[in-house]
Write a protein that binds this ligand. Structure first.
Ligand code: LFR
Length: 539
């Protein structure tokens, strides 16, 4: 019969894409080929950018783009003599919808957004900490306090009159705010606030009509018990979230049903397409190749930088809390012990401002290429973990201020600022090696950079220089590949994730070729020594 192909929907803070994975069994051992069938921009809804408005994603548009991409996947599969045999969705973490399960349809759900990183009101973060001490929250969830955490924003939405409640509700049931007004009365007399759905699970609901909570994405909420991998009743009760319905948590790779009839028709598929809850958190998908004890500093380098290691059990010590490490779930039983740092968003945000000012579109990767010609020494460095970098606007000025605060001169001009951003990211990755070694007692022997940053030659070269460790860079589309990998195992195409990665055309460190075009480059501390190929940035 026809071959099978699988679609990975990978939603990022600045763009979303649909990738199609084929398994080529024509030469002995199977090989996976991954191709992009659709890419689209993401960003907050323009009307939600007004001062005082709640930032929101444009869910209707994003979901519509997803369907367009999946229809293209059906066509591309057919053109290759295959059927679309599965769909998985992964996305950024922490953002959520309170979905009214009773309501039909459901394209009209909006998400209070940290897109451009306006977190919860600091008052809510402080208030949440006053109810349950940070140490206790960390001992349960392994997630340190952070303005973007779902927990504080959900609490503000559910318990504050006029908070973000109205916008957290499906538009068709939104009402003029206030806990009573926003809640539907249930037959048992209790008022319910809605069902908590993180973005990948919201997408699965829209695709299949089924409700659930996948573990990796649920772990980004600061409401999951890090040890048991189930919702923490203790925190839900203490934080007054009893009116929220929390779907049962399931591990990545769990089947979620098949596409709804109208979705199947829109995709042009001959029959309903199975959907799996993959590792819904893009970071967990991107790092699905990692295993506890593998001695690698893992860096998922996209809009954000997540730097850390895979561990067999959560690390909930006060030292880990003081270091600001998050314990987010990885695939299987693994935990990802990570620092949550700003990433290439610093660069795109500066490029956006400079483009506006100069009336000329500046490509961030071109700027990096030019900045890499500046000398390596004397570059001013700032802390890319500083929460003041979370908000949009005035980024070059804020970076200059942070450099000065550290006793460095302000970076000079556009290229000086670009150089300072890249150097500061590399410095943070390097600092992460020592920090994780101290907290876990594990010895790290190499650095693995995946995501868009793996294409940034200057960043990889400086990370190798500053860590003194070899850097293995790629693939850029690591989240989509991990999304596919989990589906391929769940669907019985491969026995283990390791086999899937080996079939990406692999070496011991990960997928050497996740897509035909996606080379892996190895950087030695003393300089580039090549790899599968030595493509530079922007190819
Ligand atoms: C990366 C990521 C991070 C999460 C951040 C939230 O895309 O998923 O892991 O902390 O998005 O927007």
């Amino acid at each position: 019969g026809a071959g099978r192909a699988y679609a990975a929907v990978d939603l990022g803070a600045s763009s979303g894409r649909v990738m199609l994975g084929f398994i080529d069994r024509s030469h002995g051992s199977p090989r996976i080929r991954m191709t992009e069938v659709h890419r689209f921009a993401n960003g907050p809804r323009p009307d939600s950018l007004a001062p005082g408005a709640t930032l929101e994603w444009d869910v209707d548009r994003l979901f519509d783009e997803t369907l367009t991409g999946l229809a293209a996947a059906v066509d591309a599969a057919a053109a290759a003599g295959c059927v679309l045999a599965g769909i998985g969705v992964d996305s950024w973490g922490v953002d959520y919808a309170l979905d009214d399960v009773a309501a039909e349809g459901g394209g009209a759900v909006s998400i209070p957004s940290v897109a451009h990183h306006r977190g919860a009101d600091p008052a809510w973060v402080a208030e949440a900490a006053a109810v349950v001490r940070d140490e206790r929250v960390y001992a349960v969830t392994g997630i340190p306090p952070h303005p973007i955490n779902t927990s504080a924003r959900l609490r503000a939405a559910v318990t504050s009159p006029g908070g973000t409640a109205a916008s957290a509700r499906p538009a068709h049931t939104a009402s003029p705010a206030g806990p009573a007004a926003m809640s539907g009365a249930e037959p048992d007399g209790h008022t319910r606030a809605g069902t908590l759905l993180l973005v990948p699970d919201l997408w699965v609901r829209l695709l299949t009509g089924t409700i659930g909570a996948e573990r990796t994405i649920a772990s980004t909420t600061q409401l999951l018990d890090a040890r048991t991998g189930t919702w923490s009743r203790e925190l839900i009760d203490a934080w007054g979230l009893g009116a929220v319905d929390f779907p049962e948590v399931t591990p990545s790779g769990t089947p979620a049903g098949v596409t709804l009839p109208w979705v199947t028709a829109r995709l042009g598929a001959a029959r309903p397409v199975p959907v799996h809850r993959v590792a819904g958190h893009d970071t967990a998908s991107a790092l699905a190749f990692a295993a506890p004890g593998d001695g690698q500093l893992l860096v998922s380098s996209g809009s954000w930088s997540l730097a850390g290691i895979s561990v067999a059990a959560p690390v909930l010590s006060t030292e880990a809390l003081a270091a600001g490490l998050t314990n987010e779930r990885g695939v299987g039983d693994s935990t990802l012990l990570l620092r949550n740092l700003a990433g290439l968003w610093l660069l795109t945000e500066c490029a956006r401002q400079w483009s506006n000012e100069s009336g000329r579109m500046l490509d961030p990767l071109d700027l990096v290429r030019e900045a890499s010609l500046l000398p390596d020494s004397g570059v001013p460095v700032f802390d890319v973990g500083d929460p003041r970098l979370l908000a949009p606007g005035g980024m070059p000025e804020r970076i200059a201020a942070l450099c000065v605060e550290r006793g460095h001169p302000a970076p000079k001009g556009v290229l000086g600022t670009v150089r300072s951003i890249v150097e500061s990211l590399a410095a943070a990755y390097a600092e992460s090696v020592g920090l994780l070694e101290r907290v876990t007692g594990e010895r790290l022997r190499s650095v693995r950079i995946v995501g868009g940053g793996s294409r940034n030659e200057l960043l990889c070269r400086r990370t190798a220089a500053l860590t003194g460790l070899p850097v293995v860079a790629g693939p850029a589309e690591a989240s989509a590949f991990g999304n596919l990998a989990v589906q391929l195992v769940a669907a019985g195409e491969f026995a283990t994730l390791a086999e899937v990665y080996a079939s990406g055309g692999m070496d011991a460190t990960g997928p050497a070729v996740a897509a035909a075009t996606d080379g892996i480059v190895r950087y030695e501390p003393g300089g580039v020594t090549g790899g599968a190929d030595s493509r530079g940035v922007g190819d």
